[in-house]
Design a protein around this ligand. Sequence first.
Ligand code: ATP
Ligand code: MG
Length: 377
Amino acid sequence: MITADNQQWLRDNALKVLDSVVDAIITINAQGIIQSVNEATLGLFGYTSAELVGQPVTQLMPEPYRNQHQSYIENFLTTRQAKIIGIGRELSAITRDGHVFPIYLAVNEIKTDQGSYFAGIIRDLTEQKANQQALLEQRERLAQVGRLSTMGEMTASIAHEINQPLTAIAAYAQACMKLLEKDDADLARVADGLRKLNAQSLRAGAVIERIQRFVRHEGSQKEMVDVNELMRDLLHLAAADARLHSVELNFELQPDLPALYCDPVQIQQVALNLIRNAIDAMLEVDCVHGRDIVVSTRMVGTQAEVAVKDLGTGVSEENEPMLFSPFHTTKAEGMGMGLSICRSIMLEHGGDLSFVNNEEGHGSTFYFRLPAGEDNE
Ligand SMILES: Nc1ncnc2c1ncn2[C@@H]1O[C@H](COP(=O)(O)OP(=O)(O)OP(=O)(O)O)[C@@H](O)[C@H]1O
Ligand SMILES: [Mg+2]
């Protein structure tokens, strides 16, 4: 509240207040001639106050503002339609040595007995603009990295999936040629070889069609599924693998989980990949910490979680940053695609894939979470 006391204080100290403000404050008359400037103006523009007061304010403006300024003031005074006055906007200003920099300008009209004056408050936006630019560049770099890694994943899975039928096609073609080289070529066997060759080429075509669907984001076929049911089904798929290496698969499934809207085949693929990795990690330490892998499900907030806990190597600090990158592997036979493809699948489902090293004991737990309920797209 302004009382008589602090009115007086303000009158005594107004100049000090003006000079302590970090923004430049400039007053001009209706002819655009500078009447006063505060301390910050001098620092910002590099002039002395004698060089500014009495001079046209346009000397602080680069073109095209310089030319428009006077007609703008006159226009305002006759029509009172404001473009800046009472509103404020981003513009450019120019220093004594010709450096143009971004500013935010707010102007107010001061009505006095001698007519209209204007006070402009100028904030230097150089730093703010530089920060914005840096942020934009960083976002662009991230987007680029994202695109590259998706392309890396795509390329690898195309290579992987098409290589098999192509190898088979080449083998059948060679076999057929050999058969035909003989004088009494067995045409029935040749026909059989060609049929198989044809089947493999259709398979390669199907892979390409799937990739095209994936690129068009029609990749997955989602439905409402019981995730516990999915994991139980998985037992048959993963158990053989586990048994082969004398590793035990245990299930701890929380009953009454809500149904999830997801592509059941893809979700099983993700879980299977995590189990394969878990088995590898346990074998790497010769199962010295035990032979049990636990696959569990539970609700975490509104998300359903599937976790695969192993007693393997755990994830080292140096391995961690690369873990989900395509082609990163610590295995002699590994392709390094498992986790990066799994994470893509999870992101496509509106979920996520992550891991923790086990707090007690050894090994790590890889888990994925999916939003429960109808539709998460
Ligand atoms: N359960 C785990 N414990 C410890 N390290 C793991 C575990 N799972 C994955 N890793 C580490 O992450 C790396 C990447 O795993 P990812 O599944 O992407 O590729 P990979 O298993 O090496 O090869 P593939 O493409 O055949 O799956 C592994 O090489 C391993 O170093
Ligand atoms: Mg793997």
